[in-house]
Design a protein around this ligand. Structure first.
Ligand code: PLP
Length: 428
C-alpha cells in the first residue's frame, strides 16, 4: 500500500503533482509520502502489539529528520548504529529512553556518548565490547542496560550482501558463547545484561529462517533463565522484506506482517519477556521514490539506452545488490503508447551505474520524468557526491503540502568541503 497514484494523467505523491514538484525542486530528488510512512508504521506496530512490545525504527534505512519526526510522533523508538544516528534520533525528539545502539564495531567514544546520553539499550556484539562498555560506564559510575546480539547461525535475506546471521559472517555472539558471557557479565560493574537480540538479514520474505532463528533464541533464553540469568528483553531485529514490483505491493504488506506477528507470538508464547522489533525497510521502503529526468537516448540495435540525470551515487542499490526498482513514467502513458525495450542508466562512467537492463517501458523521450519506485529505504542514506555530483535532495509530502527536507547543496558548498594545505594555498 502506498500513496503514489496517477490523477489526471500525472503521477502524484498524495495530493502533490510530481511534475510541478520536479519543476520547483529540480531533478533528481527523493520524494517521501507521510501517509505511506504513517500507514506502514501503524500496521506494523499494531500487528506486533505495541506499546506492550517495542518498535525501534532502524534508522540506517532512512535517517532524514523529517522521516524520524514523523515516526517519533507515532511513538517509534530508534535503532541506531553510530553516534551520528543517536544524535539525529535525539534531534528528532526521540527520547534516549527509546534508543537502541546496535553495530558490529562501536568505538569507545561512541559507547561513551551512548552511555552519557542514557540510552535504553546497547546491543553487545563481542566479548571485547562487553568489557569496554563496562569499563566506560563504570568510570561514570553508571551501569548500562544491554543485551547480547546472538548469531543463531541461520542467515537469510534477499542477497548475500544483506545476510547477517550465518556463523561465517561478522555479526554477533554464538549461542554456545552466550551462557559463558552472561556469567562474565555478572561480575562486571558497568553493565546489566537484560536479554538477547538477533537480526539475521534483510529483505526476508519467507518466514522459515526467521522462525528457526527465533526458536533457537527462545531455547537459549530458557536455558539462561534456568541458570538464574535475567532474560527480560528479546530484540528480534528487522529484516522483513517488501515487494519491489509495484503490482504486488497493493495486497502484500499486511499479509506478511500478520503472518510474522503470528509466528512471533507462537514462538515466544508463555515466555515472560518484552519483545522488541527493529524494522527499517518495511517502514520506509515504498514510502519513497526517486524522481529523475531523461537526459538523452542512445538507440542500439535491440534496445535503447535511456540516460537519466540520477546516478548510482544517488541510489546505489541496483549497483550494490543487483536490486530491482520498478520504473514509472510521471506522465501516464496515453492509450496506445507503444512499449519499448530500454536499459536505464545514469551518467557516471561505470558499467555499474545502471538502474535497469532490458526493461519494457512505454516509449520515452528526452525531457520526460520517470520515478524509480520503492526507493525510500537504503536510498538517500547511501548517496554520495561521487563524480562531484551534488548530494540528492529530499522532499516530503503531507497531503497537499510539501517541503524540501534536505536541500540540494550548492556547488560552492561542495567545493568548500575540501581544504588546500598551506603549501598549496599560496599562488605562485
Ligand atoms: C539493518 C538492521 C535492521 C533493519 O533491517 P531492515 O531489513 O531494514 O528491516 C535492524 N536491526 C539491525 C541490527 C540491523 O543491522
Amino acid at each position: 500500500m502506498h500513496h503514489f497514484t496517477y490523477r489526471d494523467g500525472r503521477l502524484h505523491a498524495e495530493d502533490v503533482d510530481l511534475t510541478t514538484l520536479a519543476d520547483a525542486v529540480g531533478t533528481p530528488f527523493y520524494c517521501y509520502s507521510t501517509a505511506t510512512l504513517e500507514r506502514h508504521y501503524s500496521v506494523f506496530s499494531r500487528a506486533v502489539g505495541a506499546p506492550k512490545s517495542r518498535v525501534f525504527f532502524a534508522m540506517k534505512a532512512n535517517s532524514n529528520l523529517a522521516v524520524l519526526s514523523t515516526l517519533a510522533r507515532l511513538g517509534a523508538g530508534a535503532d541506531t548504529v553510530s553516534e551520528g544516528e543517536i544524535r539525529k534520533a535525539l534531534a528528532a525528539s526521540i527520547p534516549a529512553s527509546s534508543i537502541v545502539f546496535s553495530g558490529v564495531g562501536k568505538s569507545e567514544s561512541e559507547l561513551a556518548f551512548a552511555v552519557d546520553a542514557g540510552i535504553y539499550q546497547i546491543n553487545i556484539e563481542t566479548e571485547g565490547e562487553l568489557h569496554t562498555l563496562s569499563r566506560i560506564a563504570a568510570a561514570r559510575r553508571k551501569r548500562q542496560n544491554a543485551v547480547f546480539r546472538i548469531n543463531p547461525d541461520i542467515g537469510a535475506g534477499g542477497h548475500a550482501k544483506i545476510t547477517t546471521g550465518s556463523e561465517g559472517n561478522k555479526f554477533g555472539i554464538s549461542i554456545s558463547e552466550a551462557e559463558r558471557l552472561y556469567t562474565v557479565a555478572a561480575n562486571l560493574p558497568g553493565v546489566r545484561i537484560l536479554g538477547l537480540a538477533v537480526h539475521i538479514g534483510s529483505q526476508i520474505r519467507e518466514l522459515d529462517e526467521l522462525q528457526a532463528a527465533f526458536g533457537r533464541l527462545r531455547e537459549l533464553a530458557e536455558r539462561l533463565a534456568a541458570q538464574g540469568h535475567r532474560v527480560e528483553r528479546i530484540d528480534l531485529g528487522g529484516g522483513l522484506g517488501i515487494p519491489y514490483e509495484m503490482e504486488e505491493a497493493v495486497d502484500h504488506g499486511p499479509g506478511l506482517i500478520e503472518a510474522y506477528a503470528g509466528m512471533v507470538a507462537s514462538t515466544f508464547a508463555g515466555l515472560d519477556a518484552e519483545l522488541a522489533y527493529e524494522p527499517g525497510r518495511l517502514i520506509v521502503g515504498n514510502a519513497g521514490i526517486l524522481v529523475t529526468r531523461v537526459i538523452t537516448l542512445n538507440p542500439r540495435a535491440r534496445k535503447t539506452i535511456l540516460v537519466v540525470d540520477a546516478a548510482m551515487n544517488d541510489l546505489i542499490r541496483p549497483a550494490m545488490y543487483d536490486a530491482f526498482h520498478d520504473i514509472w513514467p510521471i506522465r501516464e502513458p496515453a492509450l496506445g503508447t507503444p512499449n519499448r525495450l530500454y536499459d536505464v542508466v545514469g551518467p557516471i562512467c561505470e558499467s555499474g551505474d545502471t538502474f535497469a537492463t532490458g526493461r519494457t517501458l512505454p516509449e520515452t523521450q528526452p525531457g520526460d520524468l520517470v520515478a524509480l519506485m520503492t526507493a525510500g529505504a537504503y536510498g538517500a542514506v547511501m548517496s554520495s557526491t561521487y563524480n562531484s555530483r551534488l548530494l540528492v535532495p529530499e522532499v516530503m509530502v503531507h497531503g497537499a503540502d510539501w517541503a524540501v527536507v534536505r536541500p540540494r547543496p550548492t556547488y560552492e558548498e561542495l567545493i568548500q568541503l575540501d581544504h588546500l594545505p598551506a603549501w598549496l594555498s599560496t599562488s605562485r
